[in-house]
Design a protein around this ligand. Structure first.
Ligand SMILES: Nc1ncnc2c1ncn2[C@@H]1O[C@H](COP(=O)(O)OP(=O)(O)OP(=O)(O)O)[C@@H](O)[C@H]1O
Length: 235
């Protein structure tokens, strides 16, 4: 594995009973790279993330990490502890990795723009704010790899765009694998987009998004890239 490579996913196969989900999925991620996985609902995107995270075992293929393999996971639903405050939820995640430092919690709260909301409970927060806590919690372990499973799927369009902008700022320089079925979201966020076929899924194409960030969704190059991914999804 070269120095620049953070993660190799090779020939993943997975079935649930008779349902073939992954049919030899191969891609790699470089250190500091933001990679989006895109494919239609049910094609196995979450399954790929779970296998990378070690939460599921593949039937075939392998996953290899360079150096550290500390992972942060951000889920589609926020999965916060309802009886803990913003501060408490993040401290809880930190403790799980052996760190007990209120200063670190406050730094992370600042990074995700939640200063002033430390003592709020999840039910007192908007959907976007809850997802920020989810991101903060994942960052608390200082992950080498951040795995994100459609974290903004339930947000309204404008909040979603704002969270995408902020996410890029928050995770700058980190290695990220981000699952989405929004072409627009993938083109906005990704350095490279892994386009998956319908189930049983394999990689149809890997599209490089060589547009400088922050990106203008109305620019010609952005619209071109969207078309390219759209046609890759519908071969
Ligand atoms: N534990 C499980 N047992 C049985 N079937 C499962 C299990 N987990 C996932 N599946 C099936 O595997 C397929 C792929 O699921 P997965 O959640 O990975 O898809 P996805 O691409 O993430 O979908 P979506 O975009 O809708 O979230 C689906 O048909 C799902 O029903």
């Amino acid at each position: 594995m070269g120095d620049a490579v953070a993660l190799i996913v090779e020939g993943l196969k997975k079935s649930y009973g008779n349902l073939r989900v992954l049919d030899g999925v191969t891609f790699s991620v470089e250190k500091g790279e933001f990679v989006c996985l895109i494919g239609e609902s049910g094609c196995g995107k979450t399954t790929i993330l779970k296998i990378i995270a070690g939460l599921e075992k593949p039937d075939g293929g392998r996953v290899e990490f360079a150096g550290g393999a500390r992972m942060g996971f951000v889920f589609q639903d926020d999965r916060l502890l309802p009886w803990k405050t913003v501060y408490g939820n993040i401290l809880f995640a930190l403790r799980a990795s052996g760190i007990e430092d209120g200063g670190v919690v406050r730094e992370i709260i600042d990074a995700v723009g939640l200063r002033g909301f430390e003592n709020y409970y999840p039910k007192q927060l908007s959907g976007g704010m809850r997802q920020r806590v989810g991101i903060a919690r994942a960052l608390a372990v200082n992950p080498d790899l951040l795995l994100m499973d459609e974290p903004f799927a339930s947000l309204d369009a404008r909040t979603r765009e704002r969270m995408q902008e902020e996410l890029l700022r928050i995770v700058e320089g980190k290695t990220v694998v981000f699952v989405t079925h929004s072409i627009d979201e993938a083109v906005y966020l990704a350095d490279r987009v892994v386009v998956l076929s319908p189930r049983p899924s394999r990689v149809l194409r890997i599209v490089e998004v060589d547009i400088e960030k922050p990106r203008d969704r109305n620019s010609e190059e952005f619209i071109e890239k969207r078309k390219e991914i759209y046609s890759a999804l519908k071969p």
